[in-house]
Design a protein around this ligand. Structure first.
Ligand code: ATP
Ligand code: MG
Length: 248
């Protein structure tokens, strides 16, 4: 999963490794860090470094270095969101808008939208809040919070939502019909043997209809006396009350 756009950055950058300066070749740049390719950096024994990089103007950013492969290193920036947003963020956004396409899915960008209409990738990294969110976003932590800290909520959610499943030709046809009839106002009669998913089908139509935000009411007609059913379904009108046969 990629939260921050990554762009190619194939210029020289200077790395200050405890007063020893290395000139290395950049590979790509994101809000989180810079990837560089150069064997020379192997002799840098320290984790903490300072990167000098040209981002429209020369900036220096503190970071932590991690070896990726033999000659590839990643320097993760270790700076405040405010500084990252006003340097790397600003540069990333201007490069993305200048290129005119989403760096992730390559969709054309029209009207300087804030995120990609196709893949949802952010384009505007100039706000510290966005940088903070991306820096703090840890998939593992989120799973832990959800599954270990709040398992009841997850279970509730899973129970709430019954998934409609099936891959056979017949059920795929049902899915197509659901999509087709959910978008218009035709009354739909669903027939089938018991337990074959008639209610699930009705729910699926409701969820995709323009009335999705309104209640889905299930009426068990078989449990209502025949002469009360009309009032139950269409409302009671004075003078037309129909009493069950036995109570007349
Ligand atoms: N394709 C399906 N995918 C997942 N669950 C299904 C599917 N078909 C049926 N089920 C499950 O089987 C059970 C019966 O489904 P449902 O209540 O929709 O059937 P029904 O046709 O209305 O049955 P009845 O005629 O007895 O009222 C439900 O728990 C439903 O979630
Ligand atoms: Mg049913």
């Amino acid at each position: 999963m990629r939260l921050s756009a990554r762009i190619r950055y194939e210029d020289n950058v200077f790395i200050d490794c405890h007063r020893e300066i290395f000139t290395v070749r950049g590979v790509n740049l994101s809000l989180l860090g810079l990837k560089v390719k150069d064997k020379a950096l192997s002799v840098c024994d320290h984790e903490d470094v300072v990167v000098f990089i040209e981002l429209d103007e020369e900036v220096s950013l503190r970071g932590k270095i991690t070896r990726f492969r033999e000659d590839e290193f990643v320097i993760t920036f270790n700076e405040d969101p405010e500084l990252i947003a006003s340097t790397v963020g600003k540069y990333l956004s201007s490069r993305i808008y200048k290129s005119g396409m989403c760096p992730f899915c390559l969709k054309k960008i029209e009207n300087r939208e804030k995120y990609c209409r196709r893949c949802g990738m952010f384009f505007d990294y100039t706000k510290p809040e966005i940088v903070r969110f991306i820096q703090e976003f840890k998939v593992g932590k989120i799973f832990y919070d959800l599954l270990v800290e709040h398992p009841e909520e997850i279970e509730e959610k899973l129970e709430e939502k019954e998934e409609f499943i099936g891959i056979s030709k017949g059920i795929k046809n049902v899915f197509n019909l659901i999509r087709k009839y959910a978008t218009n106002d035709y009354p739909v009669l669903i027939i089938g043997e018991t337990g074959t998913g008639k209610e699930l089908t009705a729910r699926a139509i409701h969820e995709r209809s323009k009335r999705a935000g309104k209640p889905f009411v299930v009426v068990n007609c078989a449990a209502i006396p025949e002469n009360l059913l009309e009032s139950e379904l269409f409302g009671y009108e004075k003078g037309h009350l129909q009493m069950p046969t036995g109570e007349r």
